[in-house]
Design a protein around this ligand. Structure first.
Ligand code: ADP
Ligand code: GLC
Length: 481
């Protein structure tokens, strides 16, 4: 029997994206459709989302959703059913989904995503005529209150829930003064409810109340049991041990296929790697780089999580090894300035673009030789997966999903033809520069390098297996309910 799931996310590609969550939320409906799961996605009504929705039908009205007028719109985007919470006082703003254009969070994010979760729980619980769901799947802290609202819902107005952690570093913590506005019963103000260190913890609330918890790789599922990665929630994760599972993200092969990618100057496959040269030439022009290589690329938020401070300190060494760097990213202002200065210092060898550009990210994967991902922690990571698919060899820190998706080029794996990239242990100057040197040496061995590229391109990181894992989990949760 088909399982009907409401997926609740604060971003989903191609409508609104600030990071990997959007890729995953955007791909999940298709991934599970093959396994008899009918998934509908609920998104906040940001201007960009409303613009893409076209002529949607209004299917529900809340005269007062935690104090604000709101309505639910239903439409189709990319062949998948989409629900949008149109609440202008909360979501009709210029800027990003979580803050203004200058990186400042909206001061009312607590209320915005409480209202979003309240609406989601109503919809999942059957408040909207004609819409029936068996289960709610909540992503990250922005949807963290969904399991809590469902848990405290009146009998007959609830369904089981799955809570997915895409990043433990963002937990949605708000002052206690918000609690009375949430419309939760007094009983929810407890350590086993939404209370967290004297305030309201949205992710914490979701982890406490969800029927099952997932995160986006098996290694990260183990790591978040420790203080270093659990970021305060490790005790809760350990307490719910039997309910936590790691399911690695897939990639959307309709969007990320080098043989069909419209963003590439020259399309290619594992059998025609020579066709990448034209993409490399295009990148040279785009980033004002000289000929010669190997060319490392970076496509990343410029933050501490991503180890970008260590990369910045290693740029002189990278150039000294005869390598080049093309970087696309935005984030921390000091890092942005630091990378711009490095590009000025190393004209022709280092090219930097501060900003966000989806098509450019495809061109870089299609023309770069290696993609650097020196993350201090990485729940799953998607850019290394795109690199694998595009013959842009991943050079990654040994953490989280990077461990689960890249096979280090050591003597044994090289001999077996299994190597798909380079891993290094600690995100330090020494470990990163060693990894860069190893990569440069491997690149010089043309036969070894193409074998690594081909092995990566053959590895299957489509959604097949993980789509089934989610579908199986939904089935188990419903059986246990
Ligand atoms: P995270 O979600 O932690 O940022 P992921 O690797 O899971 O890391 O996902 C990042 C996603 O955002 C990838 O699809 C990547 O290509 C994309 N991305 C990151 N920075 C940029 C940028 N500056 N321009 C275009 N795409 C970017
Ligand atoms: C988060 C994580 C990233 C993961 C993405 C999608 O943004 O930082 O590692 O790939 O979510 O699950």
């Amino acid at each position: 029997m088909t399982i009907r799931v409401l997926s609740i996310a604060s971003e989903a590609a191609p409508l609104v994206k600030t990071g990997g969550l959007a890729d995953v939320a955007g791909a999940l409906p298709n991934a599970v459709a093959a396994h008899d799961v009918a998934m509908t996605t609920l998104l906040p009504g940001y201007p960009a989302v409303l613009a893409r929705l076209g002529d949607a039908a209004q299917v529900h009205v809340w005269p007062s959703l935690l104090g604000e007028g709101a309505r639910l719109l239903a439409g189709m985007v990319g062949g998948q059913p989409l629900l949008v919470l149109d609440a202008p006082a909360l979501f009709a703003r210029d800027g990003g989904p979580y803050g203004d254009g200058n990186g400042r969070d909206w001061p009312d994010n607590g209320l915005r995503f409480a209202a979003f979760a309240r609406a989601a729980a109503d919809v999942a619980g059957g408040a909207v005529r004609g819409l029936r769901f068996d289960l709610a799947h909540a992503h990250d802290w922005q949807a963290g209150l969904v399991p809590a609202y469902l848990r405290y819902a009146p009998a007959g107005k609830s369904v089981p829930s799955v809570m997915t952690i895409h990043n433990m570093a963002f937990q949605g913590f708000f002052p206690a003064a918000l609690f009375p506005l949430l419309g939760l019963p007094d009983a929810a103000w407890s350590i086993s409810g939404v209370e967290y260190h004297g305030g309201v913890g949205y992710l914490k609330a979701g982890l406490e109340a969800a029927s099952a918890i997932t995160t986006v790789s098996p290694t990260y599922a183990r790591e978040i049991r420790s203080g270093e990665f659990g970021m305060g929630l490790e005790g809760l994760i350990r307490a719910r041990d039997g309910h936590v599972r790691g399911i690695v993200n897939g990639i959307d092969t309709r969007e990320w296929n080098p043989a069909t990618d419209p963003a590439l100057a020259s399309r290619f496959s594992a059998r025609s790697l020579n066709r990448r040269a034209a993409n490399r030439a295009a990148l040279n022009a785009e980033f004002a780089l000289d000929d010669g290589g190997p060319l490392f690329v970076v496509i990343s938020r410029l933050t501490w999580q991503k180890g970008m401070d260590v990369l910045l300190s290693a740029i002189d060494h990278l150039v000294g090894c005869g390598a080049q760097l093309a970087l696309l990213g935005s984030g921390d202002k000091a890092l942005e300035a630091g990378f711009a200065a490095a590009a000025a210092r190393h004209r022709g060898r280092v090219g930097v673009r501060i900003g966000y550009d989806e098509a450019a990210s495809h061109r870089m994967q299609g023309g770069g030789d290696a993609i650097l991902v020196p993350s201090r922690f990485e729940p799953c990571g998607l850019t290394q997966l795109y690199g694998l698919a595009y013959g842009c060899v991943p050079v990654v820190a040994r953490t989280g999903g990077l461990v689960d998706t890249v096979i280090d080029a050591n003597l044994a794996s090289l001999a077996a033809g299994a190597a798909t990239g380079v891993q290094f242990n600690a995100v330090t100057y020494g470990a990163l520069t060693d990894a860069i040197e190893r990569t440069v040496a491997l690149f010089a061995d043309h036969a070894a390098w193409t074998a690594i590229q081909r092995a990566g391109m053959k590895a299957d990181f489509s959604w097949g297996r993980s789509g089934k894992a989610y579908a199986d989990l939904y089935g188990q949760v419903l059986e246990a309910a």
